[in-house]
Design a protein around this ligand. Structure first.
Ligand SMILES: [Zn+2]
Length: 453
């Protein structure tokens, strides 16, 4: 493997606070040097001046659908989406078919992941078949190498069982990640319960259905000392609960997804309503004279779980990310085929793809409008997820000796997200034809270039 010298970029390491124009030398899969005057090094030189060089991005919430649903995506195509989006490590959720609730399935995915463009980490199910009834063999999952435990897609309803899951997770040094959904409150809701669900005549998924479980998780994290990470939070109440609990030192954290901090439930009423009601500021900021994307009401590319919520919730998720209540940004990349999504709203599966637009949407929501500095924003995509997952090989950091996973991006370049331009097997992306600002130029895993724009 040849050595690489990234010349003249703005090198940002959110973990240490390093932020300077410098060269980065990658050798033998590690960061060998960061500094200036390395022009004499015997290495392949890549000019990255005007670009940001940062630790390889980490997305701790993706669905690559393997085993069992490879018509939607597989580990190789999913990893290719990650590479295009600037992600060097992704974490797969266990709601595959069969689910990842035993060491054998973990081994199968590890085997497939060896050929993937990026590092693919695996979570184990908390309960057998993610059915929420009986604990999975947590000890053998830990031994097989899972990085966290979650029933994502489902949520343990029995609080006593959740308590035991927490105690086992603690014993094996694993964090729990939880999809927060109270089934009794949510029942068969398909969109946020509010003004638009009433207007559109769709069954509502109330915010309290999420907040109830966030509150439960806070109590159990406090009771057991286990770190519980609340996945894809969508409501203002969840942010408020988390903020209060964190101020008391409860081992709890949360993540925000790009769609939840960009889109609102007005999208379900069609593009005209969204751009008029909640998207006007966005249109002004980023589209200028260019045409706004259009879509009809009831479009299933806007159906995900938890659902898009009200403008006030969207603002609260943004505030939570900006003030550090939510330390992590993820995609919840959830591919579904066109035939599955091209049905009446009620019957479509929940979920959208997101790995290829996540960085741009994060930059647009937080950096280009001045709410966060680049190091502050990048922490949520690098060192913060690395810390939650307890990576010990220096992933999430960019310093001498750390693993040579590096992302180079141009924060200012404008591009348009096109339906046909994706590595995914699926096309369920609500951001088709959106103007984006910020794009990955180079994705490097273990010192090897896996994506180049
Ligand atoms: Zn989920």
């Amino acid at each position: 493997m040849s050595d690489l010298l990234l010349v003249g970029g703005r090198v940002i390491d959110p973990a240490s606070g390093y932020d300077q124009t410098a060269d980065v030398l990658l050798r033998d899969g590690r960061v060998a040097a960061i500094g200036t005057a390395m022009a004499g090094e015997n290495a392949e030189k890549i000019d990255v001046s005007g670009k940001v060089v940062c630790p390889g991005l980490i997305d701790l919430h993706v669905h690559f659908r393997e085993p069992g649903q490879t018509k939607k995506e597989d580990i190789l195509s999913g990893a290719q989406c990650a590479a295009r989006g600037g992600f060097t490590t992704v974490v797969c959720m266990p709601n595959t078919a069969p689910s990842i609730d035993n060491a054998g399935t973990v081994a199968l995915i590890q085997e497939r992941a060896r050929a993937a463009a990026v590092r693919v980490e695996i979570t184990g199910a908390l309960t057998k078949g993610i059915a929420g009834e009986e604990l999975a063999p947590i000890g053998s999952l830990a031994k097989a190498g899972v990085v966290a435990l979650t029933d994502d897609g489902k949520c343990i309803q029995n609080n006593e069982l959740m308590r035991r899951a927490c105690e086992y997770a603690l014993m094996f040094g694993l964090p729990i990640m939880d999809h927060c959904q109270d089934y009794g409150l949510v029942t068969d809701g398909v969109m946020h319960e509010g003004y638009y669900s009433a207007v559109l005549g769709l069954r509502g998924w109330p915010s309290a259905g999420e907040e109830m479980i966030v509150a439960r998780n806070i109590l159990l994290a406090e009771q057991t000392g286990t770190h519980i990470h609340c996945q894809h939070l969508s409501s203002a109440g969840s942010v408020r609960l988390l903020r209060e609990a964190k101020s008391r030192g409860v081992p709890i954290s949360g993540e925000g997804c790009a769609h939840h901090f960009t889109l609102s439930d007005a999208c379900l009423a069609g593009s005209e309503e969204f751009w008029k009601a909640d998207g006007a500021e966005w249109a002004n900021l980023y589209f200028g004279d260019r045409p706004l994307p259009t879509w009809p009401a009831y479009h299933t590319h806007f159906k995900m779980n938890p659902p898009l919520r009200s403008a006030a919730d969207v603002a609260a998720i943004r505030d939570g990310i900006a003030d550090g209540t939510l330390e992590i940004i993820s995609s919840d990349h959830a591919p579904h085929t066109e035939t599955e999504k091209d049905v009446e709203f009620d019957y479509a599966p929940f979920g959208i793809v997101g790995l290829e637009v996540e960085l741009a949407l994060s930059l647009m929501n937080f950096y280009h409008n001045g709410r966060l500095t680049l190091p502050q924003l990048l922490a949520k995509l690098t060192c913060n997820p690395a810390k939650l997952l307890r990576f010990s090989d220096g992933r999430g950091e960019l310093k001498v000796g750390s693993v040579a996973d590096v992302t180079v991006f141009d924060p200012d370049v404008e591009w348009t997200s096109r339906r046909e331009e994706t590595a995914s097997k699926s096309r369920n992306n609500p951001f088709h034809d959106w103007v984006m600002k910020g794009k990955t130029s180079l994705t490097i895993v273990g010192g090897k270039v896996v994506w180049r724009a």
